[in-house]
Design a protein around this ligand. Structure first.
Ligand SMILES: Nc1ncnc2c1ncn2[C@@H]1O[C@H](COP(=O)(O)OP(=O)(O)OP(=O)(O)O)[C@@H](O)[C@H]1O
Ligand SMILES: [Mg+2]
Length: 354
């Protein structure tokens, strides 16, 4: 077990930085999730930590040792690749033993270590199967067992659940998290799935275009996104463009007035709101911002219902409410009151957008 530290890590291909000045500290036993869209550099960061990609600049430390110049086998990182990457011609036991042989673990202990690792992922007895004789979820667990068998200081998981169906993904997700807690192993998981990130992480690192946008606890990032990009990427937000006219006052482009918290600037901005934080109908009376809206359409999501409304001339808002007590959906063109507290919205300067 160990602490992991990345300092000003950059990777350039053909003069293009695909990872750009990334710094991050992961505490001993912490579970950190890197989240960002496809191509933002997540795998490249993980491969630099594991030692398969050489950084163009920056320092990687594990424990109190700089490992930037060490080959992969001297870093003691367990890695689960984006695809399962089990060797198809080897049995489960041989797959798991492979890493141990590379580490020169003596032959007599290998059998026991393989058995222990399989038991950890609840696949005891599968030693002699070939990957093709197992389901996707089982193969994924073997890949995890293989990463754990070497007793790594750091566990690196690159979208380890991407090949699983939705239901299995939820199950294996919980298993991995439980196992990680039990073993207290420092873990970095990469995903582009925000639900996965929110269920698994102690802390999140939001990445776009090779840069860290925000690092924080799930609550920090959900409730205080650093910018409009993060607000849109984590959770669901909608935006009303306009300007801050004076501290605490926002005017939309179609002339509506909103009370907001002081955002520390005057000028063009984007008011960001989360649909579940708005109140529809009864209960909206006492709130700072209150408008009569016209229903454009509704979406039934199962546990919740989204209502899309127009307020003023062209301002669109979305209100989400829980599907309880029959969850009555309003009709198109119904007029409904909507309200929200000024503390709910955040305003980002529009010039900040990338
Ligand atoms: N060996 C390489 N040579 C040149 N460009 C590369 C190389 N490896 C990765 N890239 C580029 O670096 C960028 C980041 O790739 P990376 O695989 O880290 O993204 P990712 O965030 O893991 O994406 P995904 O979610 O699709 O897996 C991409 O634009 C990719 O094309
Ligand atoms: Mg990737």
């Amino acid at each position: 077990m160990a602490q992991l530290e990345l300092k000003h890590l950059t990777k350039t291909y053909d003069h293009m930085p695909v990872v750009n000045d990334v710094s991050l500290s992961v505490a001993d036993g912490e579970f950190v999730v890197l989240i960002g869209p496809s191509g933002c550099g997540k795998t490249t960061i993980l491969r630099m930590i594991a030692g398969f990609v050489t950084p163009s600049s920056g320092v990687i430390s594990i424990g109190d040792k700089a490992v930037t110049a060490l080959p992969p086998w001297r870093r003691n990182c367990g890695l689960v690749f984006q695809s399962y990457a089990l060797f198809p011609h080897m049995t489960v036991a041989q797959n798991i033993a492979f890493g141990l042989e590379m580490q020169k673990v003596d032959k007599t202990s290998i059998g026991k270590r393989v058995e222990d690792a399989l038991r950890l992922v609840r696949l005891g007895g599968f030693e002699d199967r070939y990957p093709r004789q197992m389901s996707g979820g089982q193969q994924q667990r073997v890949a995890l067992a293989r990463a754990l068998a070497i007793q790594p200081d750091i566990l690196l998981l690159d979208e380890p659940l991407s090949n699983l169906d939705a239901k299995l993904r939820v199950e294996v997700r919980l298993e991995i998290r439980e196992l990680q807690r039990k073993l207290g192993i420092t873990t970095v998981l990469v995903t582009h799935d925000q639900e996965e990130a929110l269920t698994m992480a102690d802390r999140l690192v939001v990445i776009s275009e090779g840069c860290v946008r925000q690092i924080g606890t799930k609550r920090d990032i959900y409730e205080r996104p650093a910018d409009r990009y993060v607000a849109a990427f984590i959770g669901r937000s909608f935006f009303i463009d306009g300007q801050i006219t004076s501290p605490g006052n926002f005017r939309s482009n179609d002339g509506l007035h909103f009370l907001v918290e002081d955002s520390g600037f005057i000028g063009l901005g984007s008011l960001t709101l989360r649909p579940e934080q708005l109140t529809l109908g009864a209960g909206s009376e006492a709130l700072d911002n209150r408008f009569l809206g016209r229903v454009e359409y509704t979406s039934f999501l199962g546990p919740a219902i989204d209502v899309h409304l127009l307020i003023g001339e062209s301002t669109r808002v979305v209100v989400q409410f829980a599907n309880r007590d029959g969850g009555h959906e309003p009709n198109k063109d119904d007029q409904l009151w909507i309200g929200w507290a000024k503390t709910t919205g955040l305003v980002y300067p529009l010039a900040n957008e990338r």
